[in-house]
Design a protein around this ligand. Structure first.
Ligand code: NAG
Ligand code: NAG
Ligand code: NAG
Ligand code: NAG
Ligand code: NAG
Ligand code: NAG
Length: 539
């Protein structure tokens, strides 16, 4: 409309003058490298142009997306976190940015320059299947390709993302003009993001940091957060391999026993013959170095894990002799049991929730759903079984078994969503631990993505699927009630018919014909065998 035009021209010119100077400068955050210059960070607007273009924020000129205000959920969070105002991760990502790209149709990414998961082509209109398979069923060549892809991801610099190594307060550097970000490799970014989400709240020098906070565990967001975490690694690896169909496999860890079946040199690495807690030197993973180990530094100095690598992965499957409970993997029937838990999550939406599917698969309840403070089951048990890097929350993704353990957890989540399409699949709107409300953006992902966006069946909504077999779906309560009601009606009908027959037989003897009942109901004795058989088969 003509009245809107001047406004539009003004906005376009404003965008031009503000963005052109900024877009030419290329510096480096777990934010896009383009968005961490002092100027852009101060503007709080991260809406870069599509690769190789100038003045086309979010691909707006080509219809790919637009720069919009970030939406942040302000509903109350649970009581576990009492330090509001002290942590950069609150109201994520407001501390850093309040404008972001929002992509149209099948476009996605921080600048709308890539396709949604499961699509490819210049216009992102060609579907590609992304099928996650059981890692044990891969051919030798497929296993090799997967291990090599992980190793390449461990070494390749992330093309888009840089990590913050200081809290916002110190992120502009000592001179206020040298932002504190580092390059990081594709795989180490995956490790860093997990660390950042679980790290403690720094309360100032000389004070102990606050550990009762976790943006990715012990709350309803556990499943949605790890789902996006994997999606991001899978996407980064697709880009790295230039293969939009690349899919992360999964490890069915519910096999019972004390053997790690994927701990072989053609997969995640056998045990070293020289050191029970190390990986065999025949595996490439024996040469991987971990990041984020210096927690004492981070918690006393208020710094953040950076990309410095130090020391090998430690792993000793079934090796925790001090805790017999974690020397055995979960059993197949544990999966069957947890899939039957009806409610997605239950108050207080925490690691103490009972009858909560989320708390059960996470592993703080018995597999049937009852909370028990001493139990470690399913996901938690599989981690603890590894007795090493993979069993320590802030470090666990350093062991690549993390990827396979979590794709399986995600596969169970997806199967649960498929089996519980109705009222029980409700994600709590508020009063969940901080970061875990339905519309909280998940920390530290960029562009912002909420828990709600990951709370939907994957094949229909998220562009990937699992090739998996699940224990037979049990009969639901509704079905049991329906069957019981039908059976009861049949029994009543039979009793009624038999009674009628007896009454009619006796009245025939005494009074002859009984008009009301005689024509309508037959005695079983009178029925032919075909009718009899049919009645029996229904009951
Ligand atoms: C966004 O951030 C900028 C810079 O910090 C600030 O001036 C502006 O008020 C913020 N806008 C909103 C809606 O928070
Ligand atoms: C997105 O992909 C779907 C599925 O192929 C397709 O039907 C749709 O047209 C695509 N959207 C656009 C705008 O290209
Ligand atoms: C920051 O650096 C830029 C470019 O090097 C310079 O123009 C500007 O004056 C500096 N600002 C401050 C506050 O030091
Ligand atoms: C970070 O990576 C980018 C892209 O690979 C590169 O251009 C830049 O020089 C790197 N910066 C540092 C400090 O290594
Ligand atoms: C990276 O972390 C280590 C361990 O805390 C620290 O010694 C080092 O100074 C950090 N490097 C940067 C650039 O912050
Ligand atoms: C591994 O097991 C030993 C006991 O054998 C235990 O002391 C240690 O804490 C465990 N480490 C991890 C990371 O689980």
């Amino acid at each position: 409309s003509p009245r809107l035009l001047p406004g539009f021209v003004f906005c376009t010119m404003w965008t031009y003058w503000v963005l052109v100077p900024l877009c030419v400068v290329k510096v480096r955050a777990q934010f896009p490298r383009e968005c961490v210059t002092p100027e852009i960070l101060r503007s709080a607007q991260c809406c870069p142009s599509v690769f190789g273009q100038v003045n086309n924020p979010c691909g707006v000129n080509t219809g790919r997306g637009q720069c919009v205000p970030v939406r942040v959920d302000l509903r109350p969070h649970g009581p576990q976190y009492p330090h509001d105002g002290r942590d950069d991760r609150e109201r994520w990502p407001f501390k850093f940015f309040n404008r972001t790209c929002q992509c149209n149709s099948n476009f996605s990414g921080y600048n709308c320059g890539r396709c949604r998961h499961g699509f490819t082509g210049l216009n992102c209109d060609q579907p590609v299947p992304v099928v996650r398979r059981n890692v044990m069923t891969l051919s030798p060549a497929e296993k090799r390709a997967f291990v090599n892809a992980l190793d390449r991801a461990k070494r390749a610099t992330h093309p888009d993302v840089v990590i913050a190594t200081r809290r916002y307060e110190e992120v502009f550097g000592p001179d206020g003009n040298s932002t504190q970000f580092q390059n990081i490799t594709v795989y180490n970014y995956f490790v860093w993001a997990h660390y950042y989400s679980v790290s403690k709240t720094f309360l100032g020098g000389g004070q102990p940091s606050f550990g009762g906070v976790d943006f990715s565990h012990e709350g309803p967001g556990f499943l949605t957060w790890h789902r996006y975490h994997l999606l991001q690694l899978e996407r980064d690896m697709q880009d790295m391999l230039q293969d939009p169909g690349f899919a992360l496999p999964y490890w069915d860890f519910a096999i019972g026993g004390n053997q790690c079946d994927i701990c072989t040199d053609d997969l995640m690495g056998a045990r070293s013959s020289f050191d029970d807690g190390a990986i065999s030197s025949n595996s490439i993973f024996s040469r991987w170095q971990v990041i984020c180990e210096s927690v004492d530094d981070y918690d006393t100095l208020g710094t953040i894990c950076n990309s410095t690598e130090n020391g090998p992965i430690r792993r000793n499957p079934a090796g925790n002799v001090a805790r017999p409970m974690v020397q055995k993997l979960p059993e197949p029937q544990d999966i069957k049991a947890c899939l039957e838990v009806q409610d997605f999550d239950t108050p207080p939406f925490y690691s103490t929730s009972s009858e909560s599917f989320r708390n059960t698969i996470e592993g703080y309840s018995v597999p049937e759903g009852i909370y028990d403070p001493i139990v470690r089951s399913l996901h938690n048990l599989a981690h603890l079984f590894l007795n090493g890097t993979g069993g320590t929350t802030h470090l666990s993704p350093n062991d690549p078994i993390f990827v396979l353990l979590h794709t399986f957890t995600d596969a169970v989540f997806d199967e649960w969503l498929r089996r519980h399409p109705g009222k029980s699949a409700v994600y709590p709107l508020e009063n969940a631990p901080i970061g875990h409300n339905r519309h909280h953006n998940m920390v530290p992902f960029w562009p912002p993505v909420s828990n709600a966006e990951m709370f939907a069946t994957a094949p229909e909504n998220l562009g990937y699927s699992y090739e998996a077999e699940w224990p037979a779906r049990p009969i639901t309560l509704t079905e049991i009630i329906t069957i019981a009601v039908v059976a009861a009606l049949i029994v009543v009908a039979i009793i009624f018919t038999v009674t009628t027959c007896i009454v009619r037989t006796s009245s025939n003897k005494t009074e002859g014909r009984q008009p009301l009942l005689g024509e309508q109901y037959q005695c079983y004795d009178d029925q032919d065998s075909r009718h009899n058989d049919k009645t029996q088969s229904v009951v």
